[in-house]
Design a protein around this ligand. Structure first.
Ligand code: FAD
Length: 508
């Protein structure tokens, strides 16, 4: 059996992988590529999550691709609409031909002698082994485990007489009409679920340990829709993107320089929604500043509307234990429930939960330094896509894909085939900073010690700021003294000498 070889192998057919494929086709048309996807369909997040009301909380003008206008009226879109947009993208650009569905990758092994990654996995349908090789490996595998979501240990959960459901594995036939539902958590998923479930449930209680900042916004961007009436679609889209990026950046910046003022404003808006008698201090006033953790957007005040109507309520307390009838809280209160939804988050993972080996040495990503937040010190020909935690994911995954294409073209121009970020002597004493600074939600804290570290200077940084990233990725020099562009080195002195033409699958 021959092993398929491609110049670039993309792992994952979600927003990032599909975007990466488009950029490759556009900027590096001579490169061969394939996308391996563990699931049987594309879309990643937007295919996996099926809970009621699933939607974006970013506007689709920035969560959409730079190259494909979002043309629907609603800027905050539901999951199926996002999936339909991704399907349309792969058909329109012929990306679908390159996707190998049901191919789960377990391990990637780099050989410097051949400038090649050997990628091994299995077919999910029958467990048959899969092996492919590539010159450049582009991980677009998202940031969380697809195996299961995160559920903390709850005492007595096995005693509960009702049903426990995690949003990541929502049963298609779950009947919650008229039932008492407790949603544990107060992140974006809980905020989405509560109003959606409250439409037919008997009552929904959002049980949170601590509050989250919540802000309501219309799901329709009237400026965008008006621009579309008078301008060609791509022009209107570009203008809306620019407006929204500027607004997001301005708001985020305000939370950094005037946190108190922003806090006051956000809480004022919640008070206005819920009225003077509502205990906003207890249920909607976090102990941290806005954007120290992800801020939750609710469209058209749907959460507040559910609370005002009495169909939903918020309880701020901690679970002491589950009982047969429901959940007993530390305060002694008991929440009786038929269904408990554990909207307690995701399990963040590194690079598709795969094992990586470089020239015989297993890779421990916590021992690496991040290069611009997409590559890793001493790991050749490897990129990984990671979006923004404070803005739309795609803004950054687009930039990373552009940069990878620039780098591939540089390899071709210089007739080299290996790009490896290496510390300069002066970098060796850099102070260490965490992978992402100043952002500390539980799901990230739980894995911070497994993630690469940042330094204090370019390019060993992961700024998570679109403006700065744009400069780093679009204007930053490729040959920056850190990224080393080289040709393969034979593994052993006795090995036959390979010519560039044979041993260089990436650089042509
Ligand atoms: C419920 C929810 C709502 C969100 N809403 C927003 C939002 O409004 N705005 C925003 O900016 N972000 C949001 N996010 C973050 C969201 O994940 C990103 O916006 C984006 O969808 C990530 O795309 P991705 O392609 O990088 O990763 P994913 O969507 O996670 O896709 C990764 C793909 O890689 C595949 N894969 C992983 N490992 C392997 C492997 N080893 N072998 C083969 N295939 C593999 C997976 O099967 C999957 O298809 C949300 C996340 C969730 C969970």
């Amino acid at each position: 059996m021959t092993t398929e070889h491609v110049d670039v192998l993309i792992v994952g057919a979600g927003i990032s992988g599909i975007g990466a494929a488009w950029h490759l086709q556009d900027r590096c048309p001579d490169r061969t590529y394939a996308i391996v996807e563990g699931r049987d369909d594309l879309g990643g997040t937007w295919d996996l999550f099926r809970y009621p009301g699933v939607r974006s909380d970013s506007d689709m003008h920035t969560l959409g691709y730079s190259f494909k206008p979002w043309t629907a009226d609603k800027a905050i879109a539901d999951g199926p609409s996002i999936l339909a947009y991704l399907r349309e993208t792969v058909h329109e650009y012929g990306i679908d031909r390159h996707i190998r569905f049901g191919h789960h990758i377990d391990r990637a092994t780099w050989s410097s002698a051949d400038a090649t990654w050997t990628v091994e996995g299995h077919r999910t349908a029958d467990g048959e082994p899969v092996t492919m090789t590539c010159g450049y490996l582009f991980m677009c595998s998202g940031y969380y485990s697809y195996k299961a979501g995160y559920t903390p240990e709850f005492e007595g959960i096995e005693d509960f007489g009702g049903q426990v459901v995690h949003p990541q594995q929502w049963p298609e036939d779950l009947d919650y009409a008229g039932k008492r539902v407790v949603v544990v958590g107060s992140g974006a998923t809980a905020m989405t679920l509560v109003p959606a479930l409250a439409e037919t449930a008997g009552h929904v209680t959002m049980l949170q340990r601590s509050p989250t900042y919540v802000v309501s916004r219309s799901d329709v961007d009237s400026v965008a829709n008006n621009l579309r009436k008078v301008l060609p679609e791509p022009v209107a889209y570009e203008l809306t993107r620019t407006k929204n990026v500027a607004m997001q950046q301005f708001f985020y910046q305000q939370t950094r320089v005037r946190p108190e003022k922003v806090k006051e404003r956000l809480l004022g808006m919640v008070r206005k929604e819920l009225g003077p008698d509502y205990d906003v201090d207890r249920h909607f006033t976090p102990s941290y500043n806005p954007w120290d953790q992800r801020l939750c957007l609710v469209p058209n005040s749907d959460l507040f509307e559910a609370l005002r109507s009495g169909r939903a309520s918020v309880v701020t307390d901690q679970i002491a234990r589950f009982t047969e009838a429901g959940v007993e809280l530390r305060s002694g209160e008991v929440l009786e429930a038929d269904i408990v939804v554990t909207a307690t988050g995701l399990q963040m993972v590194t690079l598709g939960e795969m094992d990586f080996v470089v020239d015989g040495e297993p890779v421990d990503f916590s021992q690496t330094w991040t290069y611009k937040g997409f590559a890793y010190s001493d790991i050749p020909n490897l990129a990984s896509s990671f979006g923004y935690i404070n803005a739309s994911w795609t803004l950054r995954s687009d930039l990373i894909a552009e940069y990878v294409c620039r780098m591939l073209n540089h390899l071709a121009e210089t007739r080299t085939s290996i790009a490896t970020p290496r510390l300069r002597p002066s970098d060796c004493s850099m102070p260490e900073r965490p992978w992402i600074d100043g952002f500390n939600p539980g799901y990230m804290n739980r894995v911070m010690d497994r993630l690469p570290r940042q330094g204090d200077r370019e390019p060993w940084i992961n700024p998570q700021r679109y403006g700065r990233d744009k400069k780093l990725f679009r204007k930053g020099p490729l040959d920056d003294g850190v990224m080393q562009f080289t040709t393969p080195v034979p593994a052993e002195p006795t090995a036959p000498v390979r010519t560039l033409d044979v041993a260089v699958p990436v650089g042509r």
